[in-house]
Each structure stands twice: as structure tokens, then as C-alpha cells.
Design a protein around this ligand. Sequence first.
Ligand code: TYM
Length: 352
Amino acid sequence: MADKKDVILSGIRPTGRLHYGNYFGAITHFLRLQEQDVNRFYFVADYHALTTIQERRDISAQTIHMLRTYIACGLDPNESIIYRQSDLPSTAELALLLGMITNIGHLERGTTYKDKLGQIQSDPKQTGNPLSYGLLGYPVLMAADILIVKADIVPVGDDQRQHVEMACDIATKFNSRFGETLHIPKPIARNALRLPGLDGSSKMGKSENNTLDLLDDEKTVLKKVKGVPTTTEPSPLGTDSNTPDDVIPLMPPGVGVLFRLLDLLAPAEVFQEFLQEYRDQGKFYGNLKKSVAQHVSEFNAPIIERFNDPALDDAHIQDILRTNAMKVSPIALDTVEACREAIGIGRSLYRA
Ligand code: TYM
């Protein structure tokens, strides 16, 4: 029998514009996997976006915007099944079933939940979202996304490592209780990226307001890059290694982000030239920022151009979503029905 092709699955929430963390943590892998003989599923996680919703927002328009950016980055809708999470409502049914076997203690150890709890405890008067049932259950819904298409590989950034591990744990528990039903994905790559924020904090993120976005124009890029904190003088690195992964963690945080961006975008010689200047402890931050801003703007330019291509109209994107929802739906229903049978509820009569 021919080997089964690996199934790839990943999602991004439609909460604003795509940033460099999203690109280099996830999308770059989607593009790499586009060259391989695998089955690819990518979705816009609009249900997950609701964990931060405060008031009515046009999530549908944001979803289209996100898809347009996916395509502008080079994701080919003919090569991957790109869909919207809420067009697959059986995901919500699977999440409900998985929720029944998930301990609250397990969910309370989730980093996203703990971070939010920490924020509320440190500032009880803050007007942001309260701790919701949906936020606590975020990893269960994410497990449903992954397990429903029987994913093997989940390309995500390092910040999602714990969520993918939880999906594996939940599936393992389900199988040991009800018999082999769910396909367990592989763990995420050990070297998955966590891109720091432009403010030097540990993670670039939409809610942290510290992002560099793929659709930022030249002026915005320059302003953002100039604002990266570089007040600290270069300090000795304590290593002779010139490898980005060895030296960047030893730099002051703001400087580290600039070098990481160079590492991702510029030719290796440029990185090495600036590294030498760092070692010589000269005054070079102005030039470093100019170079980073230039590479970022050059990277963004073709993406912005494709994003604004009038041929990529909303109707066309809606059409892609409709067709793909129909393609992924039978796979999803198959998983949910298998779980219903395994648990003992039995197959749904209206679907039979
Ligand atoms: P979201 O929208 O927060 O992030 C989308 C993708 O971008 C990656 N990412 C980063 N990678 C490196 N450095 C960063 N600073 C950075 N910021 C974001 C994330 O790791 C992710 O790959 N929960 C998911 C959405 C989701 C999902 C899923 C993903 C819902 N269900 C099932 C995979 C499988 C998320 O955080 O989206």
C-alpha cells in the first residue's frame, strides 16, 4: 500500500494585520510545505478570535482581509485547502466532546490563560475581557481543529507549542478511554521560532502592540524600527560563535530583535558585518536600524502589491472559502461521527 501523505494543518486568528511573528513562525512553513507532496489545510480561526471580542466587530471582513494577506504572501489556494473555521461547525461539536474528558487543572496550566489571569490579578480594574469559559477552553477548540482533519504536522510558532502538546494529550486520553479513534499529530519542531516584539519583550503579538506588519509601508516601517529600544551599549558577547542563534540571545533585547530581523531578511554577510561592529562596540545602531528598515520595506513591497491587486476581489475569496468548506467538511464529519460512535452516543441520525 502506498504511504499515506502527511496532513498539514494550521490556523491564524483574524485579529488585525499579519505580523512578522505570524510570517516567520507559521506562514514561511506553509510556503515551504507548498513544495512538498503533502495534504495542506490552512484556516482562519474566527471562532478563536472571539476569545478577545468586547463588542460587535466585523469578523467576517477581517477574515477576508486575513485570507487576502495569506494569498498575497504566496499561499496558493489551488495548492492548499484554505477555509474558515466557522464554516466547519463540526469542529465545535468535536470540541464539546473533547471538553468532557479534559481536566480543568490541565487547562488552568495553559500559558495563554495564565498570562490573562496574571494581567487581571496585577490590574483588577482593567476594562479588558473577563476570564471567559471560551478562553479557558481555547486549547480544547484548538485540539478539535487539529484532530478533526487527522493532522500529522502542525506548523506553528514556539508560542503555540504547549497548545499542540495539549491536543496530543487530549487525543491520547480519548483513545485510551474509548479505543483508537483519533489520529495523534507529531510534536512541533524543536527549533520553532518565537520572534520578540519591537519593544524588546519576549514575543511579538497583536495584543502587545509591538508588531512589525507585512502590510506596513516604508514610512511606518522606518518609524517602528527607529523606535526599537537600543539605549544599552553593546556588551561583550562572551562567545566566539558567529551563529545567529548563539549570539542573538546574548544581546540586549531591543538589539536582539534588530539582529533577528537581519538574520531573517538580509544576506549573511550583512549580518556578519553588523555583528563585527557590535563586537567592536562602536556606535552603529543608527546604521543597523536603517539597514533593517530597508530590508523590511523591500520584503513588504511585493506583498503589499499583491494584496492590492484588484483581481483578488472579495467575491473571489468568498468563492474559495465556499468551495473549500465543502472539501474539508466530509473529512471533519467522518472524525466527529467516529468519536460519537466511540463514546457510545452513536451516529447522528440527521447526517445518516
Ligand atoms: P495566532 O493568530 O496568535 O498566531 C498565528 C501563528 O503565528 C505564530 N506566531 C508567532 N510565531 C513566532 N513568533 C511570534 N512572536 C509569533 N506570534 C504568533 C503562532 O505560533 C501561530 O502559528 N492558536 C493559534 C490559532 C489556531 C491554531 C489552531 C493553530 C487555532 N487553532 C490549530 C494551529 C492549529 C494562534 O495563536 O494564532
